[in-house]
Ligand binder design. Structure first.
Ligand SMILES: Cc1ncc(COP(=O)(O)O)c(C=O)c1O
Length: 399
């Protein structure tokens, strides 16, 4: 009797381990450090002067109102909370808020927005390449790879000089093909803190439009840099300059609701009808991935933005977060000329010109945890820890 040649099917046990995100590894290392005086500047959340990431007072109040008034938890639909998206439009899009060629939906955070935006690109043009300035947020390449689009790196930042390699950036964008995607950080660049000046944005917008590229702007920190309006300069300029634009937005930082997952994706095409059709694809992709975004954070942001008193209080709490970021930056920058560049950068992150050995030494000898790249969160430390942090960094730079 013949035995059929059966090849054993691959099972779940055949999966190789995945190397976890380096930032997640850093969190685990820091958690395991028993020293009470350890300083965690690897973390990616805002901390106040006492070293806490509190829930905003307006958010607590909105949550209470929601608890008191919500009468159903029936499905909300793939677009999420439509009123939230409507209220967000003027904040994000400014003078473009009423443009019917721009439409958006709520997503589970900025990650969901990015994934959905890249899904749409992969749907329309699977051979599009995505131009990514390096260094970038470490989760960008995996999200792009997940939709099988090709990543093309170009050098964005010179760490030793604390400066943007703007000529290299323009050269890379100028060499791209029509239909390629330019991934741009809207503000508060993560990990470098190096934001484009308004003139640089103008040059980028011109090249992107001339080359027929699609700009995809990731804006996860609006309001953490110079202000809500100022931080949206690049988004609005590209909307003025280009027919087709994608925006992946996050409210997880500016509403301090990280774990609740609040974001949105907006798209612009050359006509309202093309936008309406593109939105059907966006909704379909969302339906396939998460079906519907979580209601809770959008319902709360909706309550805050709709109520003039709560909205005004949100703006104050947001300004307080921004002021802390900028005052810690100023304090570090004033401590040593080699750190002066930190005072010219925006958002929670900057990169120290330290070798991996120096970063590891700060970790082992001082319990100061930052990414191997030298990226640190300027508001990862409490007010009481700033001087100790600066002294250790200056010592490392001197060594
Ligand atoms: C540049 C950038 N984009 C997007 C995100 C995603 O934010 P969310 O937590 O809303 O998914 C982050 C979060 O750290 C980020 O730094």
């Amino acid at each position: 009797m013949l035995t059929p040649a059966v090849t054993k099917a691959r099972g779940l046990a055949d999966l190789p381990p995945v190397q976890s995100d380096s930032l997640l590894q850093l969190i685990a290392l820091c958690d395991a450090d028993p020293r009470p005086e350890k300083i965690d500047v690897g973390v990616g959340v805002f901390r106040d002067g006492a070293g806490n990431t509190p829930i905003l007072k307006v958010m607590k109040e909105a949550e209470q109102r929601l608890l008191d008034t919500q009468v159903t938890k029936a499905y909300i639909g793939s677009a999420g909370d439509k009123r939230f998206v409507e209220l967000l439009r003027p904040i994000l899009l400014g003078e473009h808020a009423d443009d019917d060629r721009i439409a958006g939906i709520q997503t589970p955070g900025g990650c969901g927005a990015l994934r959905l935006a890249f899904e749409l690109i992969a749907t329309v043009n699977p051979t599009a390449r995505v131009l990514v300035g390096t260094p970038t947020w470490p989760n960008h390449p995996p999200i792009i790879n997940a939709v099988r689009l090709e990543v093309v790196d170009y050098p964005f930042y010179e760490r030793g000089q604390g400066a943007i390699r703007f000529d290299d950036m323009l050269a890379a964008l100028s060499a791209a093909d029509p239909g390629d995607v330019a991934l741009l950080h809207g503000c508060c660049h993560n990990p470098t803190g190096a934001d484009l000046s308004e003139d640089q944005w103008r040059d980028v917008a011109r090249v992107v439009a001339d080359r027929g590229l699609i700009p995809l702007i990731d804006i996860a920190y609006q309001g953490f840099g110079r202000g809500l309006e100022e931080d949206a300069f690049g988004v609005r300029l590209l909307l003025s300059t280009c027919d087709e634009v994608l925006i992946a937005q996050s409210c997880d930082k500016n509403f301090s609701c990280y774990r609740d997952r609040l974001g949105s994706v907006f798209l612009k095409t050359g006509s309202a009808s093309a936008t309406a059709t593109a939105m059907t694809h966006l909704l379909q992709r969302a339906r396939e991935m998460w079906s519907m975004p979580p209601d809770h954070p959008a319902a709360c942001a909706h309550i805050i933005l709709e109520d003039p008193e709560l909205r005004a209080r949100w703006l104050v709490e947001l300004a307080n977060m921004r002021d802390r970021i900028n005052s810690v930056r100023a304090r570090i920058a004033a401590a040593d000329p080699r750190l002066a560049f930190i005072g010219r950068q925006y958002g929670m992150f900057s990169m120290l010109p330290l070798s991996v050995e120096q970063v590891v030494k700060l970790r082992t000898e001082y319990g100061i945890y930052m990414a191997d790249s030298g990226r640190f969160n300027v508001v990862g430390m409490s007010d009481g820890e700033i001087d100790r942090f600066i002294a250790a960094v200056v010592e490392a730079l001197d060594a």
